[in-house]
Design a protein. Sequence first.
Length: 366
Amino acid sequence: MSQPPALKRPRVALDEDAERKVLLDHPTLYYDDGNVILSSGSTLFRAHKSILSKHSPVLRVLFDRREDTKTETLRGCLHVALDDTKEEVEALLNVIYDGFRIDFPELTVVTFPVLANIFRMATKYRIGRARADILERIKEEWPFDLAKHDEKQNAKTQAALRRKQEQQEQQRQAMAGAPGALGGAQLDAAILLEQEELAVPPAAVITLLRDGGCADKEILAPLFYALSCSTWQLALGALGHRISQLPHADIERFITGLEHVRSAFASLAVASPPLNALQPHQGWESCQNGMLRFRQSSMLSLLLVEHAATARRPLEALNAVVALVRQPGHLATYGICAACANQVLADLSRRRSDLWNQMPTHFGLV
C-alpha cells in the first residue's frame, strides 16, 4: 500500500510586519531621507550615500559597483550588507555624522573599545582624518617627548595620592578599629592594582596599532615601556595584562627589550653619577667621597630586592633621584659643593634622557 505524500509547509512571503520583526532599525542612525541602507546582522543603518562616499573612498567604490550591477535593494534604497559588527558600524557613522570629532578626555577600559572601533573602521574604510586624530590622541596619552611623559606621570601620581587620601578617610570613618582594615602598604597596593585595572592595557593598544599597519617608533616605544611598567602575564592569569594578544614578533620584542631596559638601568645605577663628571677644584677629594656616599644611598639602593617595584619603572625611579638632587642643599649633606652638585644634576638628567631616547632601540623598533 503506497504511503501518502508528505505534506510540505507552504512558502509564505515575508510581509512588512514580519520584516520589521526580523530587521531592526538603528534608533539614532536610521535617517528617513537616506538613500543607502547598511546592514550589520539584523540591524539596519540608513544613511546618505553622498556623505559616506565623500569621506570614504572605499565606500564610494563599493556603492558605485553595486549600482553598476543593479544589485540588492531594500525599502527602495541601495542595500549593502557589511561584515562589520553593529558597534563598529555605529562608530563609523557616528564619527562621520558628528563632524569627525574624536572626543575622549579620558582613555579608560570603558572608553577605549569605542575609540578602537573608530580606528579599525577608519583604517578599513580609509577615513584619514579620523585615523590621524586617534593616533594623535594615543600619542597624547603615551607621549614620546620625555617632558610630556613626566607631566603625565606626575598627574597620575597626584591622582593616586588623592585616591589614597580618600581611601584612608573612608577607612577611618567606616572601619576605625575594625579587624581586617587595610594597612598603609596594603592600601598602596590596592590603589595601584585598581589603577592598573582601570587603565587601558598597553598591549591592547599595540595590537590595535599593529592591526592598523602602524610601525611608528615614536608611538610604539612609549607603549612598550608602559607595558614593561605594568603587571603582565604571557597567558591568562589572576593579575596583570595579557601579552599573548600581541603579534609573536612583538612578544619577542617586548621580552627581549625588557631585559635590555633593566640591564641598562642597572648599569646606570651602578656607575652614576661617575666621579669623572666632576671638574677638579680645591676640595675635590671631599666632593668625590660625597659622591660615593650619594651613589651608595640613592642610586645603588634602587637595585635592592625591596625596591623591585621601583626597578620596574626605571624612568620614574631616576626622576625621583633627580628631584632629590634638585632640592637646595641636599647634596651638601654629603659634602658635595654647589658647583659639583650642578654637574651631578646635569649628568643624571642627561643619562635619564638617553635611557628614554634608547627605548625604540631596546624594544627593537628601529
